[in-house]
Ligand binder design. Structure first.
Ligand code: M6R
Length: 365
């Protein structure tokens, strides 16, 4: 049931501290400073010989693949490519030996993801699923995999499955990293950060009342831009998709610095931009992009770290999230964006759990 929440989407947003704990349960190995997975069905030798990784999926799961690309390349130094499953299944790209293919899917029933996995498997590549629904078609088709253990996700807009996908990908990056160059201490530090995550997400949820006010202010917009860089570029795409899906407002996500190559032409006083600008390497650059938008009269909503002293000077509205290491930021910064789309959709009278034209799993191509 709804456990007192008005909608499944809101309930599932609030379940995230718990679903993240479940994703990590039994998988953090302090003794070896690595992660452990029960169902990969590959020997350490086979996993050690992986030279390339393909991450494939659709929609929100594809966004988590983009986060996974940053994670695995940074922490494990394995080259990753991200593919839309619907494209991969027909594109016939050359795939090198020792490539491992991950199909990422909440439902485990998405037709394109299943077909992309079967096609790469048929060609002789190893396939794994990162999946929520146990014994689903994709979980069965893959050679092995990792379950999210997020519990049933009923709302059509994916929320807790997304953060759990990002979390599992972070643990996989730790695991592959520890088979390679990542030191014991390096592994320990990542584990410590992962353990802080559920509480950080819990704290991020306390922005709900403030997000409600921000939603009131911007609920009548016809277009919204979402901008972020590096680990938070996928967050921008995901924030935009959530808004489109359930409020039917046109929204676009971009890497913040791509603005000036076109999308900035859209900026006017009726087009808000949501900047994801937590502390980190590109903070100053994203702030500069924010000033460019302000200078053109665009309203700015910022998702920023808790103690950010500067962002108020530029942004019209600031939603603070707890500070976590950059590799885990997408899991925290997406929370206010999930809530923002929820509240805007409610104000606009939309059916948030069953948005028009959409189904929970897309079993046709
Ligand atoms: O079940 P899957 O993760 O394979 O589903 C993939 C997409 O259909 C799904 O993420 C879709 O984009 C959601 N409605 C996003 O909220």
């Amino acid at each position: 049931g709804l456990d007192g929440f008005d909608h499944y989407m809101l309930k599932e947003i609030y379940e995230q501290p718990e679903s993240l704990r479940n994703a990590m349960r039994g998988r953090l190995d302090d003794q070896n400073a690595t992660a452990v997975f029960g169902g990969l069905n590959l020997t350490p030798q086979q996993l050690r010989s992986v030279e390339r990784i393909i991450l494939t999926g659709c929609g929100t799961s594809w966004h988590s693949a983009l986060v996974g690309e940053y994670l695995i390349e940074e922490l494990a130094r394995i080259p990753v490519s991200v593919e839309y499953a619907s494209e991969l299944r027909y594109r016939n790209p050359p795939i090198e030996n020792n490539t491992l293919v991950f199909g990422i899917t909440q439902s485990g029933e998405t037709a394109d993801t299943l077909a992309a996995l079967n096609e790469t498997k048929r060609k002789g590549h190893r396939t794994l699923a990162i999946c929520n629904v146990v014994a689903s078609s994709i979980a069965q088709a893959a050679d092995g995999g990792v379950y999210l253990h997020a519990g049933p996700e009923i709302g059509v807009a994916s929320t807790k499955a997304y953060t759990s996908q990002c979390c599992v990908l972070a643990m996989l990056a730790l695991y592959f990293g520890r088979m390679r160059h990542l030191s014991f201490e390096g592994g320990q530090r990542l584990i410590e950060e992962l353990r802080l995550l559920p509480n950080a997400v819990q704290q991020a949820l306390t922005c709900n009342e403030q997000v409600k006010d921000v939603a009131k202010k911007y609920a009548s917009a016809n277009n919204v831009l979402y901008l972020g860089r590096q680990y938070n570029f996928p967050t921008a795409l995901e924030g935009a998709l959530k808004l489109k899906e359930i409020s039917y407002i046109h929204a676009e996500g971009y890497p913040a610095a791509e603005m000036k190559h076109g999308p900035i032409a859209l900026v006017d006083d009726a087009t808000p931009s949501v900047f994801i600008v937590p502390a980190g390497g590109t903070y100053d650059k994203v702030m500069a992009n924010m000033e460019e938008v302000k200078a053109r009269g665009g309203p700015v909503i910022a998702i920023a770290s808790e103690d950010d002293p500067h962002v108020h000077q530029i942004a019209d509205d600031v939603i603070h999230v707890p500070q976590v290491q950059q590799f885990l930021q997408p899991i925290v910064t997406v929370v206010p964006l999930q809530l923002l789309s929820y509240h805007i959709a409610l104000i606009r009278g939309c059916d948030v759990d069953k948005p028009r034209n959409l189904a929970k799993s897309v079993t046709v191509e």
